[in-house]
Design a protein around this ligand. Structure first.
Ligand code: ADP
Ligand code: ZN
Length: 213
């Protein structure tokens, strides 16, 4: 099963992708995490990507597509995967097509902008494993440390309020048109985000199990 999770930054793609990933036993591939890791390791691609990420812009397609290709060639991708944060524009969707990747379903997670802004500015992420928390809505049981791995929880530089506004603008301009792209292929399934994480997870599974149109 090959899935794409589509939705604004902070819509909760990562959280719900994790639930689906565990149930279907396929990995979640987050280009955001891959890029942050490259920045941390100061690889050539990471050094090029850094300024774009910090400004809330998209990293140039060539760089991200190369990273993704490499990741998809790993053994654990044989039985499928969930793409979280890729594709983010039409050129990237076309790159997937030309790689011969056939996507089964695209899960569009709908959350309003004002909710996104509140979530992202309160988000804390684990420096070591990338797990995501929220100071109010989803605090870690271990306080400033990750409940899963004990890593330190930090605020991402791109979760600063001004940068969040830019990321949302980029989302609406460049990523949202992908809904039309996949809808035309009959692959788009929508889940509307709820206040409760568990309710949203239920809606995500419902959308993934729904009959195709
Ligand atoms: P979010 O979805 O919360 O914005 P991500 O972790 O998915 O966070 O991405 C963080 C940043 O990494 C993005 O703002 C962007 O700069 C970069 N990035 C991630 N995925 C892509 C992609 N597919 N194409 C271009 N840039 C990307
Ligand atoms: Zn962790």
């Amino acid at each position: 099963m090959k899935l794409i999770f589509l939705g604004a930054p902070g819509a909760g793609k990562g959280t719900h992708a994790k639930a689906v990933s565990e149930k279907l036993d396929i990995p979640t591939i987050s280009t955001g995490n891959i890029i942050r890791e490259a920045i941390k390791q100061e690889t050539m691609a990471g050094l090029k990507a850094r300024a774009f990420v910090e400004k809330g812009r998209l990293v140039p397609d060539g760089i991200v597509i190369e990273m993704l290709k490499e990741r998809l060639s790993a053994n654990d991708c044989e039985n499928g995967y969930i793409l979280d944060g890729f594709p983010r524009n039409t050129a990237q969707a076309e790159a997937l097509d030309s790689m011969g990747v056939v996507i089964d379903r695209v899960l569009d997670l709908e959350v309003e902008d004002h909710v996104i802004e509140e979530r992202l500015t309160g988000r804390r992420v684990c420096e070591s494993c990338g797990a995501s928390y929220h100071v109010v809505y989803n605090p870690s049981l271990k306080g400033d440390h990750c409940a899963e791995c004990g890593g330190r929880l930090i605020t991402r530089p791109d979760d600063a309020p001004e940068v969040v506004k830019d990321r949302l603008r980029v989302y609406h301009e460049q990523t949202e048109p992908l809904k039309g792209y996949y809808k035309a292929l009959g692959k788009l399934f929508v889940a509307v985000g709820a206040d409760e994480v568990s309710e949203t997870t239920r809606r995500v599974f419902e959308a993934l199990e729904a009959k195709a149109p």
